[in-house]
Design a protein around this ligand. Structure first.
Ligand SMILES: Cc1cc2nc3c(=O)[nH]c(=O)nc-3n(C[C@H](O)[C@H](O)[C@H](O)COP(=O)(O)O)c2cc1C
Length: 181
């Protein structure tokens, strides 16, 4: 798939078929993440792949509780249990490392799109102190590491949701920030 076509095609997909994604595809996606730029080339990402149905069910509950606590809109959360989860953790709480992890995550989303898979990212769990704590306990994440982005990857249930073309909002200033810039 052409690069710009992939960029355009990537949308957050939250309706997956109940179908296991081969680990070879997950590996390709993660490797694409590893190609991302990182501050001082530290490659500070640590990845946890979660495909155990019981663990995914626990994560779904943690996610739902976090969304409730944050007063987010009600959502069908089956994408958490139907998809394969890729948790991106940063090796430290340093901003430079966290930004690097976000870059890796976007590469992974694009790789999933290029492979014809649906994907999405969610951080609601980590916006909640309780959510983060519960994830640390469940997945035995050491204190020094920072769980940041939860990616879901799955086979999209085709024809179920019509994605509206994305209205891209961009404000570009030239040479200085401002109306006449
Ligand atoms: C940093 C970040 C956090 C997000 N967190 C969530 C989340 O917790 N739950 C969710 O369903 N979607 C989450 N999303 C997905 C956004 O809702 C989605 O990207 C946005 O609506 C734009 O749609 P698109 O990805 O199809 O272009 C998140 C996206 C980003 C970039």
């Amino acid at each position: 798939m052409d690069f710009f076509e992939t960029i355009k095609k990537r949308r957050t997909i939250r309706n997956y078929e109940w179908k296991k994604i081969p680990f070879s595809s997950i590996k390709k996606i993660i490797l694409a993440g590893g190609m991302a730029p990182s501050a001082m080339n530290k490659q500070p990402w640590r990845i946890v792949v979660i495909d155990d149905p019981k663990v995914k069910e626990s994560i779904r509950k943690i996610y739902e509780n976090a969304r409730k606590e944050l007063n987010y809109y009600e959502q069908d959360t089956s994408f958490i249990t139907n998809g394969t989860l890729i948790l991106v953790c940063s090796e430290s709480h340093d901003k430079a490392m966290e930004y690097s992890c976000a870059m890796a995550a976007e590469n992974m989303l694009l790789a999933a799109t290029a492979l014809g898979l649906g994907s999405g990212v969610s951080i609601a769990i980590f916006q909640s102190e309780k959510g983060e704590k519960a994830m640390r306990k469940l997945l035995k994440i050491p204190e020094a590491y920072c769980p940041m982005l939860l990616l879901t990857v799955g086979a999209e249930k085709k024809g179920e949701i019509k994605h509206k073309p994305k209205e891209v909002k961009l404000t570009i200033h030239k040479n200085k920030f401002g109306r006449n810039g």
